[in-house]
Design a protein around this ligand. Sequence first.
Ligand SMILES: *Cc1c(COP(=O)(O)O)cnc(C)c1O
Length: 364
Amino acid sequence: MNLRIPGPTPLPPEIMAAMQKEMIDHRGPEFAALGKRIIASLKDICQTSGDVLLFTCSGTGGLEAAVVNTLSPGDRVVAFAAGWFGDRLAAIAEAYGAQVEKVVFPQGARIEPAQVTETLRGQKNVKAVLVTHNETSTGVLHPLKAIAEAVRAETDAVLIVDAVSSFLATEIAMDAWGIDVLVTGSQKALMCPPGVAMVAVGKRAWDAHQHAKMPRFYFDFAENKQWGDLGQTAYTPAMSVYFAMDAALELIQREGVDNVYARHARVADLTRELASEIGYELFPQPRDSSPTVTALKVPAGLDGEEIRRIAREEFDTILGGAQGNLKGKLIRIGHLGFAHEPEIQAAMDVLHQATQRARERAKA
Ligand SMILES: *Cc1c(COP(=O)(O)O)cnc(C)c1O
């Protein structure tokens, strides 16, 4: 099977092998060394001198942790959203009683840094700004560095970034760019199974944590850090996923982080090139197109869900569809984590053939 959705991703054999190990004591020395290795390596990759906290949960749990640890009910929050995941982050803050001003960009468009400046200028009492780095639902990589610069120029609010589908696919310099909380999950470019969220926390976020009154228990940052510093976790971790992450980070160090970024850029370029050869148009502007997921417009008169069904049933290839109002209108090709040219070539061949079959059947 060729799994080409934007997470979970296929797993390299080394990572599958790492998960065959027997369980160990999560309060013993072997686990302490493992946990510390993972955290040190993640800190390096996101270029922070802050803390990296690990939670056993999906990426959304990490986003919820970011919100409830830095805010109080009634706090003013500005959320920049341009799709399904931007909406979700805003919805989390709303669910816990924040007063959210949502600035919405059209689906397929990017968050414009100039609009960020304009929105925040002169605003008092904004406690947090919410941004999605890579909008997986539309295949758009937002210009995070410029967005963060715009935020930092206007406000001391905590900048919370959903980097679930961009982390490890493109550089993020957390401290240099002024990001306060950076969230990712194990099942995206880290090429592990789902189960662990990483939340990197900087000084401004820790200061906010002191006064943050949103209810929390499992997701409390201070509790997590206290145990993390001891080389333990507060609660039983997803042990097999930790084994996988350790193996993944070793593979990544061996390849070289910069080479991992370059590979993502190369594979994304190839995907776009092949898409254009088979008559597909990009949904976003080429400038904004993501290094981890390519969103393509389904040709007029065809149903994307039918094309995906043919790919799945007749070619054993799983392509991404779209959520909400875009369902049937987009096909998304995931190329994050364990992704190289041959699998992409194969998936795009399948897309070509499945589209032709769908077209013939639509005529018949
Ligand atoms: C995958 C993803 C998430 C997290 O989803 P979970 O299913 O909770 O792991 C969050 N944000 C973005 C942008 C994503 O791509």
